[in-house]
Design a protein around this ligand. Structure first.
Ligand code: ADP
Ligand code: FRU
Length: 328
């Protein structure tokens, strides 16, 4: 089985200059309809917003926005609807210099959308997300990729509805590929000369997310999932998740104003404070920004401590501004 899989993978490859390899982010792209209000509305009242805008959203899509601004060649992989809003999303990917060459298009399905209320007085974001009928990415879609084009693969698990097992299979496919490919150098994260490190973000409080824990080299564990597992602090989260993670996995957890904490492959724990802006204006995508900036550092072989500090600095800058423009 393994041999067949490997020969299939090798056939599709082309020679890629290592410097041009992209960070691939797999997950959701959606359209965010953002309404900024002075204070959070009372239920069943009729209020006016201060401003309204459309924005390309979704965790993996936002990860790419950050990676691209920091100067990393990157690609988004997910499903896209050709029916509504496609131009807004596609044009914005293009303007942001994010490759979408391998996305899967559906012409009769609706685009996932989020209605977001941002409270100007404290920057809080309330998200009402909907995905009517856009299918999720499948293993067969994923297998069409030429994996030699990438330096890092990140899976954000928030887009998963029914297909956690499909993502586990995609990760297995990458691991098969890794078995016959080695990187030119050791990136220093306990990954040795692994060609294609795999990071996974687990955010939504759902039991099936657990299946992804043993699969990743680098795990980003959101506060909501950590609390769902009964953890009350970042350090407890690192310990608890490590029980089921790969023995040499790096585990990272970010908790809003508390900043972030991480446990390296050698079990050393490092921490970063949050970097608060003058005024918190917009926390939509703070976690995505943290992940994107941290992956940027990790994929370049930087020290774990420096990577989470960078993640918190860039996320701190993001929450002090509307949207994502000008993070670099
Ligand atoms: P999300 O809820 O979007 O997943 P978090 O709230 O966990 O994200 O925040 C991720 C990172 O963003 C934090 O580790 C922190 O560095 C930064 N951050 C979030 N909220 C604030 C804030 N109010 N002030 C400063 N930094 C923040
Ligand atoms: C922010 C975000 C939004 C999107 C929602 C999907 O983290 O990616 O852009 O609407 O989450 O859950």
């Amino acid at each position: 089985m393994c041999g067949t899989v490997l020969s299939q993978i090798t056939r599709a490859e082309t020679a890629i200059n290592p410097a041009c390899r992209k960070v691939l982010c797999v997950g959701l792209a959606c359209l965010d309809s953002i309404h900024v209000v002075k204070t959070f509305p009372v239920e069943d009242t009729d209020v006016r917003c201060v401003s309204m805008r459309w924005q390309r959203g979704g965790n993996a899509s936002n990860n790419c926005t950050v990676l691209s601004q920091l100067g990393a060649p990157c690609e988004f992989l997910g499903t896209l609807s050709m029916k509504q809003h496609l131009n807004v999303i596609v044009e914005d990917f293009k303007t942001s210099n994010i490759c979408i060459d391998n996305c899967i298009y559906y012409d009769t399905c609706d685009a996932p959308t989020s209605v977001v209320i941002i409270n100007q007085s404290n920057g809080s974001r309330t998200i009402i997300h909907s995905n009517n009928n856009l299918p999720e990415l499948t293993l067969d879609d994923f297998k069409k990729l030429d994996l030699s084009q990438y330096s890092w693969i990140h899976f954000e698990a928030s887009f998963l509805g029914r297909n956690v097992q499909e993502v586990v299979s995609m990760i297995e496919w990458v691991e098969f590929w890794n078995e016959s490919h080695a990187s030119d150098n050791d990136r220093g994260h306990g990954l040795g000369r692994k060609a294609l490190p795999i990071s996974v973000e687990i955010e939504k409080p759902r039991a099936e997310m657990q299946d992804l824990v043993p699969c990743a080299d680098v795990l980003f564990v959101g506060k909501d999932y950590a609390e769902f597992c009964g953890c009350t602090s970042m350090s407890e989260t690192l310990e608890k998740i490590a029980e089921d993670a790969k023995p040499n996995a790096t585990i990272i957890s970010a908790w809003g104003e508390q900043g972030a904490m991480a446990r390296g492959h050698d079990k050393t724990v490092v921490q970063s404070p949050a970097f608060s802006p003058h005024k918190v204006l917009d926390t939509l995508g703070a976690g995505d920004t943290f992940c994107g900036a941290t992956i940027f550092g990790l994929s370049r072989g930087n020290l774990l401590q420096d990577c989470i500090v960078l993640g918190c600095q860039i996320a701190g800058a993001k929450v002090g501004m509307d949207g994502f423009a000008g993070l670099d």
